[in-house]
Design a protein around this ligand. Structure first.
Ligand code: GTP
Ligand code: MG
Length: 463
């Protein structure tokens, strides 16, 4: 049996996850010498490439020293945090990337908390040590403090660390000692990430992710924790509510390199994709036909924001797109619901209007832009935050924001934040960083005024 390691790469947005996966793939020779595949290979859809961010998590696998390493590249933006949380269920350990200049950021905390709670082994990568004025040792210490604060157990606090620059293709045990490859990182994975624990018993696979193909329909993805899966096997699907639906496996795939390979059988511990299951949802368990036992199911994020999608009834009707009717829009939204898990759509009292709920402005804007490019024409309303009542108290979603800017212009930023009911959490003059916690309604107006802020002769970054 081949040895398997399942790892997820987690970090705050832009700390270099996808760049690192590129380098791992090159090192493990997924490409021919003369093949020029470019950068950020996994950020493969148009919007990901244009925005330079990862939107959906992706699975790839490489072979290093006779071990198959399944790697899950995750998105760093907070709107997609729920997706990271879900896919962590497929991993036995995480590579936590931290920028050697910025140190741990809000999303580092969020994803690390989830990994610790799931009992995953963390390995730390202090990345971007090529940046000027970076402080890798302090960052390492800050990561330790953060883990301690988040309630990590002793074996998790005893994490190994490598330092390096994913961009410049090197990793090392000591950041002052530059190497010429990323082997120290791969060796760390082999040595410290536990192999999947396989228990005795009948087939069990938690569906943690899904894919969609217009030929075969929805594809269930997860890690086989127990037993085996074979093509043609009859299985039971244990639904979230405990009910059982019988089904059959048409096709099985495991991850190989950048793609998937059709296989006849999957061994426990490996991550696989199943084609042909009827009516499954994320969080269902694929289990034995006769003695089905469900696994603990997983939560799906609730939406935090809504927008009204309407047909274009302005004088510019039909000028921009070719799909313009409410039937077109409804069909497209229904199709999106098949694969976009955090999305909800509700009909309104008008047949031309749909209320679309999502995880944030970025999440919804990605959908709108994708639809526009596909030739849909629609009007959208102002985004509205969703107010939820918890124990009789009205609550609204909050976001954390970090602003980096020189002290002399901080007054204006503080004023803008305060007007929008932002609450100041931390001001850190040494790093020129102002860190605030804001209600979600904040960022709607702020995106517009941000353009004004850009006019300052300084650097401002909103995360
Ligand atoms: N200086 C420097 N820049 C780096 C390094 N690694 C990555 N970058 C740059 O950081 C930017 C973000 O890199 P990505 O790999 O897209 O980051 P990511 O963590 O995948 O981002 P999201 O998926 O959007 O969360 C890119 O412009 C990279 O070129 C590094 O080691 N040093
Ligand atoms: Mg990425």
């Amino acid at each position: 049996m081949t040895n398997i390691k399942n790892i997820a790469i987690i970090a705050h947005v832009d700390h270099g996850k996808t760049t690192l996966v590129d380098k791992i793939m090159y090192h493990c020779q997924l490409f021919r010498e003369n093949e020029n595949t470019g950068d950020l290979i996994l950020d493969n859809n148009d919007l990901e490439r244009e925005r330079g961010i990862t939107i959906t998590s992706k699975n790839v696998s490489v072979v290093y020293k006779d071990t198959k390493i399944n790697i899950i590249d995750t998105p760093g933006h907070a709107d997609f945090g729920g997706e990271v949380e879900r896919v962590l269920n497929m991993a036995d350990g995480v590579l936590l990337l931290v920028d050697a200049f910025e140190g741990p950021m809000p999303q580092t905390r969020f994803v690390l908390q989830k990994a610790i709670d799931l009992g995953l082994k963390p390995c730390v990568v202090v990345n971007k040590v090529d940046k000027e004025n970076c402080t890798p040792d302090e960052v390492h210490e800050a990561v330790f403090d953060l883990m301690f604060e988040l309630g990590a157990e002793e074996w998790q606090l005893d994490f190994p660390t490598v330092y390096g620059s994913a961009k410049n293709n090197w990793m090392s045990d000591d950041w002052k000692n530059e190497t010429n490859n990323i082997e120290p990182l791969l060796d760390m994975v082999i040595e410290h990430i536990p192999s999947p624990k396989i228990e005795e018993g009948t087939t069990q696979m938690l569906i943690t992710s899904l894919d969609y193909s217009s030929f075969t329909g929805r594809i269930a993805i997860g890690r086989l924790t127990r037993g085996e899966l074979k093509v043609g096997q009859n299985i039971s699907l244990v639904k979230r509510d405990g009910s059982i639906v019988k089904s059959k496996i048409k096709e099985l795939h495991t991850f190989e390199g950048l793609g998937r390979k059709k296989v006849d059988e999957v061994i426990a511990g490996d991550i696989c994709a199943i084609v042909g299951l009827e009516g499954f949802e994320i969080g269902d368990t694929v289990a034995d036909w006769e003695n089905p036992e469900g696994l603990k199911t997983i939560a799906i994020d609730e939406p935090t924001m809504s927008m009204l999608f309407t047909i274009n009834d302005s004088p510019f009707f039909g000028k921009d797109g070719k799909y313009v009717t409410s039937r077109h829009i409804k069909e497209r939204l229904d199709k999106e619901l098949e694969k976009n898990l955090a999305l909800r759509v509700s009909e309104t009292n008008s047949a031309d209007k749909f209320l679309v709920f999502g995880r944030g402005v970025l999440h919804l804007s990605v959908l709108i832009e994708t639809m526009r490019r596909e030739g849909y024409e629609l009007q959208i309303g102002q985004p509205q935050v969703i107010i939820k009542e918890i124990d009789g108290v009205k609550c609204e979603p909050v976001e954390e924001m970090t602003i980096d800017l020189p002290e002399e212009v901080s007054g204006k930023a503080i004023e803008m934040v305060t007007i929008r009911k932002g609450e100041r959490r931390n001001v850190c003059p040494a790093l020129d960083t102002t860190n605030r916690c804001l209600p979600n309604s904040f960022d709607l107006g702020f995106w517009i005024e941000r353009i004004t802020i850009w006019a300052f002769p300084s650097h401002i970054r909103i995360t």
